[in-house]
Design a binder for this molecule. Structure first.
Ligand code: SAH
Ligand code: SF4
Length: 406
């Protein structure tokens, strides 16, 4: 029987496996891949350096373009690997120029379905911010956040995190040569389209610490992607024990999703608060390495009508942050289908902002971007997992009148 079964399966033709990509790997990963392709130990360092520059300073998508690498090695690499990026499922461009990509990742291990994530590019005068995801979905469930309703969750690999940056640079023409095809020179910072990176897409980055850290190292590497750590911001809902370590080990900027000024409310809307309440969170912030007036923590505060938007709360916010080098970002709530909240009225946001302004914080309201394509904060949720009809009903019952926000 066993023999027959074996014989039967041996005739089944297997679909060719896609080659693993080298794009997005860190130096260690590149080293292992080169070694697998037969590069002798003593050449590895030099070859890693060559590939690093082609992949991350030049953005090449074909081994053939690596002109200082021998033909033999190029074909040995091409036989085993690709330089593929995450696959684009959809690309949407907002009326305000914001772009959102729904990306399909290669399935990992026993994954049957390819998971999907979202990445957003937000152009502004003089700068461009790429908002990247760190997890598929999120294990936390802040009540105002669309990502939190997604069940399918896994950590992204460092390669998948870096892959989002490469893909975005490809699509918006942000590599040398795209701007100046005739000389192929490196783009000076001033000509870069992606000047800033924020870890504010799907997921809680501090729950994927090691991979996010490796990805940030690749993004910040001065011989490659060269995005300064001062222009990389990690946003956390408040994984208190990891905040100090993150600062010490990476030196990026930090943003905190605060959203409430008392524990009773924060317990409800940012449930991680039940584990690490506001006082502990702010203590970790006070101790964030390198904090100064030039390197402030951004406190994010989503404006939820009738929930956290009173002027008493604005004053409480200012009191709470006294003594911490801080910026305050008021985020008009971005609605999503079935969300149990409304955005605060614009007048109320302005009054709230005035209290914050008077306390010395400059222009704290973040203009919502890309709302028409659901690319704004908290609207990200890959379409791969849909809300069950019963869940939609529940959400609608809580908030029958969801407006289109401020
Ligand atoms: N998980 C991390 C990073 C991703 S969320 C964190 O929570 O910090 C990026 C920011 O968008 C967070 O401040 C989050 O609280 C906020 N946000 C989530 N849903 C939102 C919504 N519907 N409208 C406005 N902001 C939202
Ligand atoms: Fe997760 Fe952040 Fe959304 Fe909360 S706000 S559910 S931590 S992605």
């Amino acid at each position: 029987m066993t023999l027959l079964a074996d014989q039967a399966t041996s005739h089944v033709e297997e679909a060719p496996q896609p080659k693993p990509s080298m794009a997005g790997l860190g130096r260690e990963g590149l080293r292992a891949a080169l070694s697998e392709a037969g590069v002798p130990e003593k050449q590895l360092r030099m070859r890693v350096g060559q590939l690093w520059s082609w992949l991350y300073a030049r953005g090449v998508t074909s081994f053939d373009d690596m002109t200082d690498v021998s033909k033999e090695l190029r074909s040995a690499l091409a036989a085993r690997f690709s330089l593929g990026r995450p696959e684009i499922v959809t690309e949407q461009v907002s009326v305000d120029g914001t772009r959102k990509w729904l990306l399909r990742l290669a399935p990992q291990g026993s994954e049957v379905k390819a998971p999907e994530i979202e990445t957003v590019y937000i152009p502004e005068p003089g700068r461009g911010t790429l908002c990247i995801s760190s997890q598929v979905g999120c294990t936390l469930n802040c009540t105002f956040c669309h990502t939190g309703t997604q069940r399918l969750v896994r950590n992204l690999t460092a390669q998948e995190i870096v892959g989002q940056i490469l893909l975005a640079r490809d699509r918006i023409g942000d590599w040398p040569g795209a701007a100046a095809p005739e000389d192929g020179r490196l783009l000076p910072d001033a000509e870069r389209k992606i000047t800033n990176i924020v870890l504010m897409g799907m997921g809680e980055p501090l729950y994927n610490f090691d991979n996010v850290k490796e990805a940030v190292a690749t993004a910040a590497d001065g011989e490659g992607l060269s995005v300064s750590k001062r222009r990389i911001t990690l946003s956390t809902s408040g994984v208190v024990p990891e905040i100090g370590r993150w600062g010490a080990e990476t030196g990026t900027m930090l943003a905190i999703s605060l959203h409430a000024t008392n524990d009773a409310l924060r317990d409800e809307i940012v449930p991680i608060n039940r584990k690490w309440p506001i006082a502990e969170l702010l203590e970790a912030c006070r101790n964030y390495p390198g904090l100064s007036n030039a390197k402030r923590i951004t406190f994010e505060y989503v404006m939820l009508k009738g929930v956290n938007d009173s002027l008493a709360e604005a004053r409480a916010l200012v009191r709470l942050l006294a003594g911490i080098p801080a910026k305050i970002n008021l985020i008009p709530f971005n609605p999503w289908p079935g969300a149990p909240y409304e955005c605060s009225d614009w007048d109320q946001i302005e009054r709230f902002a005035e209290v914050v302004n008077k306390a010395g914080y400059a222009s704290p309201v973040r203009t919502p971007r890309g709302r028409d394509i659901y690319a704004a904060c908290g609207q990200l949720r890959s379409a791969s997992v849909k809300l069950k009809a019963s869940e939609r009903g529940k959400a609608a019952a809580v908030a029958p009148a969801v407006t289109s926000g401020g």
